[in-house]
Design a protein. Structure first.
Ligand code: SAH
Length: 351
């Protein structure tokens, strides 16, 4: 049993079962045993690889898309160039390198990073030192300024609650104890559940997930955007009105039982983009593959391929396939752009 599993078992023995959201929050961000607090999750030696770690093209194209959106909105100065959950800072570093030639963009930008893990803040500080980033604890601390924001695989790390429509009504899936070990169970029927389309259209037997922290994070990101202008780009795996249990644990690039290694495995859930999109007056939504292709990833890949020989060339072409291929991240991952009414849609999204 992991040290965090022992602590959680004690807590449940004393206070009763906890929600899946409480369980996720403890596993990811417990100050001593949390996954992001203690681990280097990314890359071959870690537990998973994210798009910016697969290829520099990802951050470059998203950086250029944000810069184009900034130009389309009249190049406001100063403005906030923000990232939520920047990991190793790779996406932001690639975005900044790609946008060096955009006149006035760097001079007007204050780079702002929302990051909960002190250890990852250190890594980001090393990657992004020349740009003098400002770190914030929460999205609600974003400055009063036009805000151009990106968040890759941030929302999937925010805790979800799970609800099952049983014959007696909605019940919540809880983490309790069975034979002294962590085990899933169900609450008594609930008087009330969140009021979103997924709940309103559910049928008996459906499991519906809801992330209040994701709703709050997106709402908070929209506060400066709706007041001062800008754009938010959220990239994640998930869908539109998704159904079913998507809580997943990854440990050393393999799926794990979500209750087996609390604190030592990454825990995520698919993002339901529908209730998040509803928070903004203007939105665009598409698959990652479609948006990256419209942003010109194939031309950029050709350009980079010219300087490469095998095996670097093979890796580069494989990376293009992983980011855009329909069987890989191209379809599973979605991009949601949110802005204010009347603002032009960002490049990469179909009109
Ligand atoms: N965007 C990066 C990392 C994704 S992993 C990439 O694509 O490689 C999720 C990131 O979100 C990590 O940096 C993690 O520490 C951060 N994070 C998780 N929960 C958070 C929270 N509640 N507040 C702020 N940051 C959080």
């Amino acid at each position: 049993m992991t040290p965090l599993a022992q602590l959680l078992c004690e807590r449940i023995r004393e206070d009763g079962p906890i929600t899946v959201a409480d369980y996720m929050a403890e596993c990811l961000l417990h100050p001593v045993h949390g996954y992001y607090t203690t681990r280097e999750p990314f890359g071959a030696a870690g537990d998973f690889t994210t798009a910016p770690e697969i290829s520099q093209m990802f951050g470059e194209l998203l950086g250029l898309a944000l810069a184009q959106a900034w130009l389309d909105q009249g190049a406001p100065s100063p403005f906030t160039l923000a990232e939520l959950g920047p990991g190793r800072g790779t996406l932001m570093a690639d975005a900044l390198r790609a946008t060096r030639a955009v006149p006035g963009f760097h001079a007007a930008a204050q780079v702002v990073l929302v990051e909960a893990s002190p250890r990852l803040r250190d890594v980001q500080a090393r990657t992004l030192a020349p740009h003098q980033p400002l770190w914030l604890d929460g999205v609600e601390d974003l400055p009063d300024c036009p805000t151009f924001l990106v968040a890759n695989e941030f929302l999937d790390a925010l805790p979800i609650r799970q609800f099952l429509l049983s014959p007696e009504g909605w019940r919540e899936r809880l983490v309790g104890l069975a034979d002294g070990a962590l085990a899933f169970g169900l609450s008594a029927p609930l008087p009330q559940v969140p009021d979103t389309p997924a709940f309103r259209t559910a049928r008996p037997g459906d499991l519906v997930e809801h992330s209040a922290p994701a709703q709050s994070a997106v709402a908070a990101a929209l506060v400066p955007i709706l007041r001062f202008g800008g754009l938010a780009l959220f990239i994640d795996y998930g869908g539109w009105r998704s159904r079913g249990d998507t809580l997943q644990a990854l440990c050393q690039h393999a799926f794990d039982d979500p209750l087996a290694h609390p604190g030592q495995a990454d825990l995520t859930a698919h993002v339901d983009f529908e209730p998040l999109a509803a928070l903004a007056p203007a939105q665009a939504y598409d698959t990652q593959g479609a948006v990256l292709r419209r942003l010109g990833i194939e031309a950029r890949a050709d350009r980079l391929a010219r300087g490469l020989a095998s095996p670097a060339l093979d890796n580069h072409l494989a990376a293009l396939g992983r980011l855009t291929g329909p069987q890989e991240m191209g379809s599973l991952f979605k991009m949601l752009a949110l802005t204010r009414a009347g603002a032009p849609l960002p490049p990469g999204f179909a009109p």
